[in-house]
Design a binder for this molecule. Structure first.
Ligand SMILES: Nc1ncnc2c1ncn2[C@@H]1O[C@H](COP(=O)(O)OP(=O)(O)O)[C@@H](O)[C@H]1O
Ligand SMILES: [Mg+2]
Length: 258
């Protein structure tokens, strides 16, 4: 399916997106006249070499950082013109974020970390608690961990608690920048399983990764080079140990000279 075919299917689109950084009188253009449509329900993976601008693109798309020029339409709203305060409110409501390093509030239990994010946006506390409990179960954090402090759990558990907090408000898009970058292989798989399961439930995800195993989870791979989308590849729905999918991704990445 081409992403231009059904406009209703598009949750996020960027047109003529440009992001430059100024250092002294030098200007470095990282994202250069980029167009992209992100479909609802997709697990979109952004790849590219180190320094290609993957994080920069994700920050721009999510409204974390203002683009230099161009437009971004997110859930039908043109967010490019929003000021910082309006953007912050928008992000809290519509976006979830997971980073390589998870920033849980260290004096709060895992549960309170999740609830705080939920209550900030509003809604009935009871309902938010129920949602949090269901999510903790989904990410395989048993009840004994809910009252623990971030210092009392492993890195992998912290990352999964971070995912609960990121999706507690049922964001339109979950943004993840190298979410397994600091984890060992077992913890990585557990976190990727959570992403896969959330996506199966309909969660749209945009994930930056330089790791092939993580990328395999995606339904669509976008490859960044020279500030633009250099190539893309549709992988369809993830199923484990699918040799054909692995082959497709390998062939695509070879074509990209990755
Ligand atoms: N805030 C910033 N100020 C100046 N340059 C930046 C800033 N953020 C990123 N860059 C530059 O943009 C380029 C791409 O960075 P980034 O998006 O982090 O790449 P990637 O995530 O693909 O590794 C790098 O050359 C980096 O130095
Ligand atoms: Mg990066």
């Amino acid at each position: 399916m081409k992403n231009t075919e059904n406009k209703n299917n598009v949750v996020l689109s960027a047109r003529h997106l440009k992001k430059s950084f100024r250092g002294g009188d030098m200007e470095q253009t990282i994202i250069n006249d980029l167009d992209v449509d992100i479909r609802k329900g997709d697990f979109t993976v952004i790849m590219g070499s180190s320094g290609a601008g993957k994080s920069t693109l994700m920050y721009a798309l999510s409204g974390m950082d203002k683009p230099t020029s161009g437009s971004i339409t997110f859930c039908g709203e043109e967010i490019t013109s929003y000021n910082a305060d309006k953007l912050a409110v928008f992000r809290r409501k519509h976006c979830g974020f997971v980073f390589q390093q998870i920033y849980l509030l260290d004096k709060m239990s895992l549960m309170d970390n999740a609830l705080t994010a939920g209550l900030l946006v509003g809604g009935k506390k009871k309902e938010i608690v129920r949602r949090a409990e269901a999510l903790f179960e989904k990410v395989n954090l048993p009840e004994v961990t809910w009252r623990k402090l971030p210092s009392q759990i492993s890195g992998g558990e912290a990352q999964r608690a971070g995912i609960v907090r990121a999706v507690i408000n049922r964001p339109e898009v979950l943004f993840a920048d190298e979410p397994t970058g600091a984890l060992n292989s077992n913890n990585s798989d557990a976190v990727l399983d959570v992403f896969t399961e959330l996506n199966r439930d309909g969660q749209s995800i945009i994930m930056v990764t330089h790791d092939k195993k993580s990328a395999l989870r995606g339904s669509r791979i976008i490859y960044l080079r020279d500030g633009k989308i250099f190539g893309e590849c549709e992988l369809g729905e993830y199923t484990p140990d699918n040799a054909e999918r692995t082959e497709m991704l390998n062939a695509f990445l070879a074509e990209m000279n990755w």
